[in-house]
Design a protein around this ligand. Structure first.
Ligand SMILES: Nc1ncnc2c1ncn2[C@@H]1O[C@H](COP(=O)(O)OP(=O)(O)OP(=O)(O)O)[C@@H](O)[C@H]1O
Ligand SMILES: [Mg+2]
Length: 310
């Protein structure tokens, strides 16, 4: 559905997107993640034909987005980062106007507008002026606009940005519902959202792709790089050097709890699980042990690991 090949974008001397290639198959829901300034919006604008690339090319449903832009754009429903809405239009009027701009006939426009008003839960506000809508409803109008010409592909740039938790949940449910019959490329900073809805994530940082994987594969690659926590009844001066000496352990910290118990946190290399070694030294030194567990990594851990600057 999307085939990006060696896409680059230069703003003056700044290379915002650096020679990236990726594809999105029909039916996939792909989360497009990256820290602020990573190049997400720039990439999405190139994919949707709003911004010419400095290098490379992109195909949407096998149409070149620049050379066959009319055909390609028919297939794309794009919800930009800041949805540009005409404040002085009423919701239904605005969507009809957008449908006509996108080339729908009067009859088709009428049918499709009614349909997207229904899909996006805009029934109650269809006669309201856009300027009177709350942020969540404005986002829904943006989504309705993206859907009105019945595109196969949805490209959504932070659709839940600035919404309250209830509205985030509602928009997420809506996107989940839309994903049943659309291909979706969605940029967001809400990683739990991506874990819930995406089949695959692409992580971009500094204009380069850092990973393109299923969330579960990314997490399982990280899983053993996590932390292990253990609660022991022993003096930390004795425990710390012994735990620090265990193979693969990079760092150990301890905090005092009640009645002589301490809680130690151990960080280790990826691909290792230090729990067995810890229980063995505890037994060997006759320390009482009451809890031992490994923190499971989340997509957030993966994101931080892949994009941190140190
Ligand atoms: N029109 C522009 N002119 C100059 N530089 C720009 C322009 N648009 C974006 N940039 C720069 O390009 C880089 C990528 O920006 P982009 O908006 O694509 O990031 P993003 O990943 O969408 O970030 P965010 O999470 O904040 O939305 C940034 O360094 C940004 O400052
Ligand atoms: Mg952006």
């Amino acid at each position: 559905m999307i085939e990006a090949t060696n896409l680059s974008k230069r703003y003056g001397r700044h290379l915002a997107v650096r020679d990236i290639s990726f594809s999105v198959a029909r039916g996939e829901i792909v989360g497009f993640l990256g820290p602020n300034g990573a190049g997400k919006t720039t990439t999405l604008r190139m994919l949707t034909g709003y911004l010419p690339p400095s290098g490379g090319s992109a195909r949407i449903a096998d149409f070149d987005i620049f050379r066959q832009s009319i055909e390609a754009r028919k297939r794309i429903g794009y919800m930009p980062e800041n949805v540009p809405l005409y404040d002085d239009m009423r919701v239904r009027e605005y969507l009809s106007f957008r449908a006509r701009i996108k080339g729908l006939s009067n009859g088709d426009a009428r049918r499709r507008v009614s349909h997207v008003i229904d899909t996006c839960g805009l029934e109650g506000v269809r006669r309201k002026m856009i300027k009177t809508l709350s942020k969540g409803f404005r986002q829904r109008v943006g989504l309705a606009d993206a859907l009105v010409h019945q595109p196969d592909l949805l490209i959504l740039d932070e659709p839940t940005n600035g919404l309250d938790p209830i509205q985030i949940r509602q928009i997420r449910e809506l996107i989940k519902h839309l994903s049943l019959n659309h291909t979706v490329l969605i940029s967001t900073h809400i990683l739990s959202e991506v874990e819930m809805i995406a089949n695959r994530v692409i992580i971009i940082d500094g204009g380069k792709i850092k990973a393109a994987e299923t969330p579960s594969n990314l997490i399982s690659e990280m899983r053993t790089a996590g932390r292990v926590q253990v609660e022991l009844q022993a003096a930390s001066e004795v425990v710390l050097p012994i735990l620090s000496d265990l193979p693969k352990v990079k760092k150990v910290a301890a905090e005092d709890l009640e009645d002589g118990w301490i809680r130690c946190t151990l960080w280790s290399d990826s691909g290792t699980d230090t729990r067995q070694a810890i229980s063995a030294v505890a037994a060997h030194n006759s320390w009482s042990l009451r809890s031992l567990f490994r923190h499971e990594a989340t997509l957030e851990d993966v994101f931080v690991e892949l994009t941190r600057k140190d």
